[in-house]
Design a protein around this ligand. Structure first.
Ligand SMILES: [Zn+2]
Ligand SMILES: [Zn+2]
Length: 279
């Protein structure tokens, strides 16, 4: 098995046990023979500050420290790759790490951790990943601003936002060759649900149609579509497979065996993938 999304102790979210020797030992026990170890990298956060939600501004210095530790370790049998997890920022495909630092790692895992900015709808309202208002908006008139945001979301419409998401991913893949995987992608629409878009008003067949160019590009460039145990729509999965997309599984491990997101749960994502393949 392969897991290209394993977190490291140098990030605040990564448990102190997530060192290279411990990660390799756990991978061997779990039957993972190839893995990417990731450093979070965010050169900016949506609130313009150093810390927001689960994320912290992280740059070259933190990456270099990670790479020093990563390279000092000699793996015994697992094939490792170095990587960063960073964010897609907008529909132009800007991502949250400069090119010079992308070049230092084997893979860029590209996530959407918060709503992307689009031409018709710049990111003007902040929600934590659990859907709670970010403190900047958790004010007396936050409710009014949320209503204004929802009006704008409805005006541009869910279909536009799905198209903009696909454009963002495609532009990033075309512009940045180190983007080798779309992180915890599943249906690729969680951010739109979270930010109030009426995604379900767009039929599955239309969603698949919008995603097809991205599926083809991922297939051509060998960019992985990462699945979690959450899985995805079976028709969308089927079409992506037909177009040659490679799926990989992850637990998005921040701990080894226990805690809210352990590597040991990798098998759950494999089971989800196997179920999709047999549907
Ligand atoms: Zn993530
Ligand atoms: Zn992650």
């Amino acid at each position: 098995m392969k897991d290209f999304h394993v977190h490291y102790h140098l990030d605040a979210c990564g448990h102190e046990e997530m060192t290279m020797p411990n990660i390799e030992r756990a991978c061997i026990e779990l039957g993972i023979d190839e893995a990417a170890v990731l450093k979070h990298y965010s050169q900016q956060l949506p609130n313009g500050k150093n810390d927001w939600a689960a994320w912290h501004v992280q740059g070259s210095a933190e990456l270099d420290k990670f790479l020093d530790e990563y390279k000092a370790y000699q793996p015994k049998q697992v094939v490792f790759h170095s990587g960063v997890e960073t964010e897609l920022l907008n529909d132009d495909g800007d991502i949250n790490i400069p090119l010079c630092d992308q070049e230092k790692v084997d893979i860029v895992q590209l996530s959407i951790h918060f709503m992307i900015s689009t031409k018709k709808l710049p990111l003007e309202f902040l929600l934590y990943p659990n859907g709670a208002f970010s403190p900047e908006f958790d004010t007396a008139d936050g409710q009014k601003q949320w209503k204004d945001w929802l009006d704008k979301v409805n005006t541009v419409g869910a279909e536009y936002l799905i198209e903009a998401t696909v454009s963002g991913y495609m532009n990033a893949i075309k512009r940045f060759p180190k983007v080798r995987s779309l992180a915890h992608m599943d249906n690729g629409l969680a951010h739109l649900y979270n930010y109030g878009a009426d995604v379900d008003s767009v039929s599955i067949s239309r969603r698949i149609e919008i995603f097809e160019p991205l599926m083809k590009l991922m297939s051509d460039r060998g960019v992985n579509w990462e699945l979690t145990a959450g899985g995805m729509n079976k028709d969308m999965f089927k079409r992506a497979r037909e177009l040659g997309v490679n799926f990989t599984c992850t637990a998005d491990g921040h701990q080894l065996y226990n805690g809210w997101g352990p590597l040991a749960k990798h098998i759950d994502a494999e089971n989800t993938l196997n179920k999709l393949m047999n549907m």
